[in-house]
Design a protein around this ligand. Structure first.
Ligand code: FES
Ligand code: FE2
Length: 392
């Protein structure tokens, strides 16, 4: 296969020299070079060569509760739409009209029977099929039959719990294989009974990868998050575990500080039905490759999306889940609010650090880092996965 200019540009940054350091002993290993975090060109290549090639989290199924709901979103910098059909199925399409290429949907639609293009009013059903074309044959001579050969361009997608995933290039491994290590890690923590109560957004002045890495960095907790530090049992604190392309962790709560500052277990709310009883003091945590995280506590969970905005800017979305019923029960309003505040405080503590991580990448001498063997195995694993997909 011919080498494109883009391949050459990627290999200039992810050179053989860079790639070979990932496999060295962690005391010798180096992470991704600065340009992978600062360059506009690399950011653009990442959209195409990483986010368009892998399974990525695109939105919540519960945000399309009814047939005819449509949500325009962006994945890998490309506009797509999530739709719910009359059959209850969620489908994903590229957000473009096959006629002359106008972007089809620009705002949420609720309970619509059809999607109509604003340019010449070609109209599509929720399953993407073309249904009608006014004045198609000539003025006042309409096509009311549609055309089975024309439909919106489908995007490979699947729904896992409340989360819609897409794979734009259609060539990623089967989703079941991709998510299997996470499924395994979450065993004993059933997610089916969880319902979303709240969506919060936090802005970080850093590259999305640094936001993910910081989220996976359990080393800094003792210094940057004193309240969280108190709430975690010391014996169980460790680095992220590498499983598939993902990173996982778990820890037990320090029983003495249960319900205190830093504790995110929403003490007092109902435990997840079906939770393994011995897990009532445990938290499980996963960074799902490439830019999603899911945390599960005994009575709540969060889904996180690290949305890449520009090389130096990330929008972190957090959706908060509670046991069905608890998510709206006014009796638990304080517990829910406390949890939101705990996370806002934690993210505020991280914001300044993430900014410094980005600023540090402007120093030419920094070449991917001198890593901490006990804590940074996950960092190198993440970089290895990223480079593997980017150079494939
Ligand atoms: S571009 Fe959509 S109907 Fe013409
Ligand atoms: Fe942190």
């Amino acid at each position: 296969m011919a080498t494109s200019a883009e391949d050459i540009a990627v290999r200039e940054i992810l050179s053989d020299g860079v790639l070979s350091t990932f496999d060295l002993d962690i005391t010798e290993a180096r992470g991704l070079p600065n340009e992978a975090f600062t360059s506009d060109a690399y950011f653009a290549m990442e959209q195409k060569r990483l986010f368009a090639r892998t399974w990525v989290f695109a939105g919540l199924a519960s945000e399309l509760p009814n047939a005819g709901d449509v949500r325009p979103v962006e994945v890998a910098g490309r506009p797509v739409i999530l739709t719910r059909g009359n059959d209850g199925k969620i489908r994903v399409f590229q957000n473009v009209c096959p006629h002359r290429g106008a972007r089809l949907v620009i705002e949420n639609l609720d309970g619509n029977a059809m999607m109509t293009c604003p340019y010449h009013a070609w109209t599509y059903a929720m399953d993407g099929k073309l249904k009608s074309r006014p004045h198609f044959h000539k003025p006042d001579c309409h096509d009311t039959e549609g055309d089975d050969n024309i439909s919106l361009f489908p995007v490979r997608s699947t729904t896992w719990y409340d989360w819609v995933f897409v794979n734009l290039d259609g060539k990623a491994e089967p989703f079941e294989d991709h998510i299997a290590p996470v499924e395994e890690w979450f065993q004993g923590f059933p997610l089916d009974p969880m319902r979303c109560a709240e969506h919060r957004v936090f802005e970080f002045e850093c590259n999305w990868k640094l936001a993910v890495e910081n989220y996976c960095d359990f080393y800094h907790v003792f210094l940057v998050h004193p309240a969280l530090h108190q709430s975690m049992s010391k014996e169980t604190r460790k680095s992220m575990q590498c499983m598939g392309r993902h990173l996982m962790n778990d820890y037990w709560f320090d029983t003495e500080s249960r319900g205190g500052l830093g504790d995110k277990s929403a003490v007092g709310m109902n435990l997840i039905p079906g939770l393994k009883p011995e897990y009532a003091g445990k938290q499980v945590y996963s960074a799902i490759f490439p830019n999603m995280a899911v945390n599960v506590y005994p009575s709540n969970a969060q889904c996180v999306l690290f949305e890449p905005v520009s090389p130096g800017k990330t929008r972190m979305h957090m959706w908060f889940y509670f046991v069905d019923g608890d998510h709206t029960n006014p009796a638990f309003a304080d517990e829910r609010d406390n949890l939101y505040q705990e996370w806002a405080a934690l993210n505020a503590e991280d914001e300044g650090i993430c900014r410094r991580l980005q600023e540090g990448r402007m120093c030419d001498a920094y070449d991917g880092g001198r890593l901490a063997p006990y804590w940074d195995q996950g960092t190198i694993h993440f970089h290895r996965q990223l480079a593997e997909v980017m150079t494939a």
